[in-house]
Ligand binder design. Structure first.
Ligand SMILES: C[S@@+](CC[C@H](N)C(=O)[O-])C[C@H]1O[C@@H](n2cnc3c(N)ncnc32)[C@H](O)[C@@H]1O
Length: 173
């Protein structure tokens, strides 16, 4: 579906999304409407790279290893994602990836427990987008990053606009 809508460009946009997010060691990231893990895998790899670059130094804070939670309303997508993660050797036994089924409008996490949030090509499917956005800000603490990636076809069909919104809690830019 993403391939069809973006003519394959969604991969570049996801790379850009994750570069902008710039995940760090020990980061806890939530990827909502995460589907089969396309964005989540990129984020986890970046977190692990940042952790490896620290060597023996531990990231600051109580949590030493970062993780990515893939959250999606569709259990089949999550199951396929788990298969892909295993095939790519990403299912380590260090809790790197978590798979949670649920609705973006009602996230099943405590306030402020995530460091960052993404929703890529998912917001268009959510009925109450205001509720989803409120939930994004609820589960992210101060200083967290919320990123929203979407694309829309222009009405005349000649082009596509790539929209990426970033909200840095405490200020929107
Ligand atoms: C086009 S896919 C995008 C998947 C992934 N983010 C990506 O970019 O590869 C849209 C996803 O949104 C999920 N979804 C739709 N409505 C949702 C909702 N209300 N809450 C959570 N996930 C939802 C679908 O199950 C599907 O996996």
């Amino acid at each position: 579906m993403n391939d069809l809508m973006s003519a394959g460009l969604h991969r570049l946009w996801k790379d850009h999304l994750v570069r902008t997010l710039s995940p760090g060691a020990g980061q806890h990231h939530l990827d909502v409407a995460g589907g089969t893990g396309d964005v989540a895998f990129r984020v986890l790899r970046a977190i692990r790279l940042a952790e490896a670059s620290l060597g023996d130094q531990k990231p600051t804070g109580q949590r030493s290893r970062g993780s990515v939670t893939v959250f999606d309303i569709n259990a089949d997508m999550l199951a396929e994602g788990q298969r892909r993660a295993a095939a790519q050797g990403l299912e380590d036994n260090q809790g790197g990836l978590q798979w949670v089924e649920g609705n973006a409008e009602q996230l099943l996490f405590q306030e402020g427990c995530m460091d960052s949030y993404t929703i890529a090509f998912g917001i268009r499917n959510v009925t109450h987008r205001d509720a989803a956005l409120r939930e994004a800000f609820r589960v992210c603490g101060w200083g967290s990053v919320v990123e929203w990636l979407s694309c829309v076809w222009l009405r005349n069909g000649v082009g596509m606009v790539y929209i990426m919104l970033f909200a840095f809690l405490g200020g929107i830019y």
